[in-house]
Structure formats: C-alpha cells, structure tokens
Ligand binder design. Structure first.
Ligand code: ADP
Ligand code: MG
Length: 366
C-alpha cells in the first residue's frame, strides 16, 4: 500500500502568546512506494514523530491530505486506517502474558471484522513465529529483555495485518548490540511481510542500514529523499552532507578563483564551471589520499590505527569543523612522528556549498 502525502502541514500554537506558531511539518509532498521501508531521519525536534502521528491519525493536519493507495484517509480515525504502531517504549500490558498482549488487538475487533477464536490463535502464533518469540508466549513483559519486549510490540502491531507499519524510534531503548540485531530483524520481518513501513530515527547509521529510501528532514522541512547511498554520495545541501556519515564530513572555508578551489593559499582541486566565489567545502573522510606530492598540506595531529582502516587526525587553517579526520586503508598509513601530512583529493568526495543557505554548488557536471 503506497502512502501519498499531499502538502501535509502541521503547526502547533506557541506555548506563549509572543512567539510564532511552531511549524512541525511544513508542506510535505511526496509518495512512499508500496512495500518499501522508508527511514524518516532528522535531528531531535525536526518533526519526525509529528509526521508519523499524522500518518496514523493520532494528529489532525493543519493543511494537506494523506492517502493510503487511492483511499483518502485524512479524516479517518486511527483505528480505521489499518496501521500498526510501534513506539520507543514498548507499551505492553504488564499484567498480560505475551500471548494475550498479541491477541489483544484482535479481541478488540467488533462484528464482522472479529476473527474466530481459532483464527485469532493462528494469527497470534504466526506473528510470534515471525518475530521469534513463540517460546515465550506464557511470560509476562517484566520477564522479558528489552529486545524481546520490542519483538512482542512488533508482533502486536502486525497481528491485525496492517496496511502500513509505523515505527517511532523503536530501537532507542535497546543496548548497542541488541539495537544492531533488532534492526536486522525488523528488516527481515518487513521483507517477509512486504508491509509498507515508515521507520523513524535520529540515528543516521540506523536509517542508512535499514531503509530502501531515506527521507532527511530538518526543522519541519524535507531536505532530500533517495536511496541511502545516493543521499550520501550526492547530498543536496550542507545540512544533509553533515548529517550523514561517520566520521562526519570535514568542513573547510574555501574560495574559488579561475576554476580552482583554494583552502587558504593552497590550490587543492580544479572545479570546472564554478564562478569565483566564497564557499564552504565538505570533504568526506575517505576523500583524502596520502600523497607526498599532493596539493593539500596539513598539520598532522594523530594517527589512530583501527584494524582495517587508519584515522589520520589533522588540522588546517581553513578548518570549520571541530576536528578534521581522514580515513585511509591501514597499509597506506604515514609514518608516526611526522609533523605534517600531504593529501590529494578524490573529486567525487568533495562538495561545495553556498556560504549563506548551504545549497550545493556543483562542479565538473556533477
Ligand atoms: P521529533 O520526533 O523529530 O523529535 P516532533 O515531531 O516530536 O520531533 O516535534 C516537532 C516540533 O513540534 C518540535 O519543535 C516540538 O516541540 C513541536 N511539538 C510537537 N508536539 C507538540 C505539541 N503537542 N504541542 C506543541 N508543540 C509540539
Ligand atoms: Mg520523536
């Protein structure tokens, strides 16, 4: 079931009379394709939960419409939309067993919608198997780990066979290892069921690893929608470039003169097609190549060997980010004890941005 958002907007009145309304979601106009897993990604407070709550019907839009397939669901109450919801806190009924927690949404159905007892049992077991908790059915939530509780919550969301599955930061309460494992589980469950899924997270790595497409948003405004790798390789603006990637992209202040990019006095790259201007320059950590003849000379601060890769920490007078870090294959590492390091740059890993609005300034036809 595809989800279509048409000019979807939600503003909240400000808490005091003096300041303006908060526009939590500003004119969202895009389509979530059928059967895909979409990661809704952005910093805390950017409007992710508001978007999700609009889709499920817990909030009413200020403006705009929401369609599931061809159905306009904007005015439908949540219980009639066919959505399954999973939140950060598992919100299981503590006094009910796992079995009863999963059965609960089915037992609440009325009239013709209510399956027979045997069918309910069958569906409960099917979902329990899907999330691999069929051996825990007689336990209470307090007797489960966080990861197991979240699996029960997912089973409970799926038991009504929703048209759309909505997950709001579902992994945030889990420890690092469980978070990794559970996100792979969610990916598998989504593939097996084929249910259109919106997965909200502020964690870029989580969104990148799990999503078919990511929607990057900032302050209620959509920034970019695309495949994770495309967004990483071809960010639309400085915000997106800086939000994605670990270690983060390295930012410099630069200037373009006669088709050449300068960092300080050093001419570091040819940037065809850019007229003379001041720019912010983003260089991915993997965009630096150690090269004794390279055009970019930097002060070497530290070399950290981390297995397959080596991190080179350095400084430069044109630095904008708090620190600068190159990641290079370990066999190429520089000799310790040196004070400086020279790099050449991979043009595909270098991005230029307008100094004021942060819009991408493209060069060389890319
Ligand atoms: P996120 O989930 O990305 O962290 P939210 O969608 O929860 O962000 O919030 C987006 C913005 O809307 C924030 O500025 C938040 O303070 C504001 N907001 C959310 N819910 C309400 C509400 N019920 N009343 C007023 N402001 C709200
Ligand atoms: Mg939220």
């Amino acid at each position: 079931m595809k989800i279509v958002l048409q000019h979807l907007t939600k503003s909240f009145p400000s808490r005091d009379k003096k300041s303006a309304d908060v526009i939590a979601v500003n004119d969202f106009d895009f389509e979530i394709p059928d059967g895909k897993l979409i990661g809704l990604l952005g910093p805390s407070g950017c409007g992710k939960s508001t978007t999700l709550n609009l889709i499920c019907g817990l909030l009413t839009p200020t403006f705009g419409r929401i369609f599931f397939g061809e159905d306009d669901v904007t005015d439908l109450p949540p219980e009639n939309r066919g959505v399954g919801l999973v939140f950060q806190n598992y919100a299981l009924y503590p006094h009910l067993t796992v079995r009863k927690n999963i059965l609960f949404p089915l037992q609440n159905l009325k009239g013709a919608e209510r399956p027979s007892k045997a069918e309910m049992e069958e569906r409960m077991l099917q979902c329990a198997r899907l999330v691999q908790i069929e051996s825990l059915l007689e336990r209470k939530p307090a007797e489960l780990s966080g990861g197991q509780q979240q699996r029960v919550a997912i089973a409970r969301a799926l038991v009504k066979r929703p048209r759309v599955l909505l997950l709001d930061e579902p992994l945030s309460n889990l420890d690092a290892r469980l978070r990794l494992q559970t996100r792979e589980e969610i990916r598998r469950i989504q593939r097996e069921t084929g249910v259109t899924t919106v997965f909200v997270t502020h964690d870029q790595e989580e969104a990148m690893s799990i999503s078919d497409r990511i929607v990057v948003m900032n302050a209620g405004v959509l920034q970019q929608i695309d495949r994770p790798q495309t967004v990483y390789d071809d960010p639309i603006n400085q915000f997106v470039a800086q939000f994605l990637g670990t270690p983060p992209i390295n930012m410099f202040s630069g200037r373009v003169r006669d088709g050449r990019l300068f960092l300080g006095e050093q001419s570091v790259l040819v940037v065809p097609g850019v007229s003379d201007c001041e720019v912010n320059v983003g260089i991915r950590p993997e965009g630096f190549v150690i090269d004794p003849e390279g055009p970019l000379g930097c002060e070497l601060l530290a070399v950290e060997v981390m297995g397959r890769d080596t991190s080179v920490v350095f400084d430069h007078s044109a630095r904008l980010s708090p620190s600068l870090r190159a990641v290079i294959p370990s066999e190429e590492r520089t000799h310790a004890g040196e004070r400086s390091v020279r790099f050449s740059l991979k043009p595909s890993k270098v991005f230029l941005f307008d100094k004021t609005a942060g819009a991408r300034v493209r060069f060389g036809g890319k």
